[in-house]
Ligand binder design. Structure first.
Ligand SMILES: [Cu+2]
Length: 311
């Protein structure tokens, strides 16, 4: 076989191998995404939808740089390798090109500019403290992370539940969050969010579910032995199902008072969700205040200042 033809065959084999690798990677990633069925990419509420769009937009924008760079990496290594002297032009005196400089400084600058505007806008738009716009009246839920359970207090309905968050669909939910345990992170991937729950502090988060269903809720902050089981069900149902659930919970044989809360707060996991009648509407505030007692002892002055600043 003549030398030239042999080289052409070799190059064809190289390109073919490359295409096979790219194809395998593409299908591998697709299968992985389908198999995992990632909640974040499959939003069930307005907030999660906005977050998903932001992730996808940022991803596509970064591909504007990533795809050409990796294409050039492959093309240059094939074209300018030592065995390919004939094709590659030798230009030892070349030391600059205004066009190329404009491209590789200009495009990243534009991307950073676009990203900063988008990030600024979405940071304000998706501010967890911001209440959602909706003609439907929001419901309030107070969330307390325990070791290793999630307690949900419904102050207006006078009920509480553990490891089950029942909400009506298409209704904004205003959460206030704290912890009576180590720091945890409240996260319902299908609905958005991920906000820290910390003892002695109260944070806020507004979410909405725009469809019915059971969604996975979890703590995304490792907090000890029972952390792996510290999951809850976020159940979005029709308004009438929600009202029925509230009615049934009020008939619960269990009442959440100081004694039963004392049991609940002990480290341990629960096999099944529970519902309680709420005895004390100020329970949430008491839990927050538990960690906010002023330190009067002078020797701990710096400590009390730190606590004040943390408020
Ligand atoms: Cu904090």
């Amino acid at each position: 076989m003549p030398k030239l033809k042999r080289r052409a065959v070799k190059r064809f084999a190289k390109v073919l191998a490359l295409l096979v690798v790219i194809g395998a990677l593409f299908f591998g990633v697709r299968m992985l995404l389908n198999g995992l069925n990632i909640d974040v990419l499959n939003p069930q509420g307005e907030v999660a939808m906005k977050e998903r769009n932001l992730i996808m937009f940022t991803l596509l924008l970064s591909l504007v740089v990533v795809v050409p760079v990796f294409t050039m990496l492959i093309v240059f290594s094939l074209r300018y390798n030592a065995n390919n002297i004939k094709k590659a032009r030798y230009t030892p005196d070349w030391d600059g090109s205004r066009t190329l400089e404009t491209i590789w400084w200009g495009i990243p600058c534009i991307i950073i500019l676009v990203l900063s505007v988008v990030t600024w806008q979405s940071s304000h738009d998706l501010d967890p403290f911001k209440k959602l716009d909706s003609p439907v009246k929001a419901i309030d839920v107070q969330v307390v992370s325990l070791q290793w359970k999630w307690l949900f207090i419904y102050p207006d309905q006078h009920i509480a539940s553990v490891n089950l968050l029942q909400i009506p669909e298409n209704t904004p939910v205003n959460f206030t969050l704290t912890s009576d345990a180590p720091m945890n992170s409240f996260w319902i991937p299908s609905l958005g969010g991920q906000v820290y729950a910390m003892s002695g502090m109260s944070t806020k988060l507004s979410l909405i579910a725009n469809s019915k269903g059971d969604f996975r809720g979890s703590s995304s902050n490792i907090s000890g032995t029972g952390f792996a089981d510290m999951n809850f069900i976020a159940r979005s149902s029709s308004r009438s199902d929600f009202d029925d659930w509230v009615k049934n919970s009020k008939k619960s044989s269990m009442t959440l008072d100081d004694v039963s809360y004392g049991d609940l707060v002990k480290p341990g996991t629960l096999d099944n969700p529970r519902t309680y009648l709420l005895a004390d509407n100020s329970l949430y505030d008491k839990i927050v205040m538990k960690y906010m007692a002023p330190v009067i002892d002078d020797s701990h002055d710096s400590m009390s200042r730190m606590q004040m600043e943390g408020m």
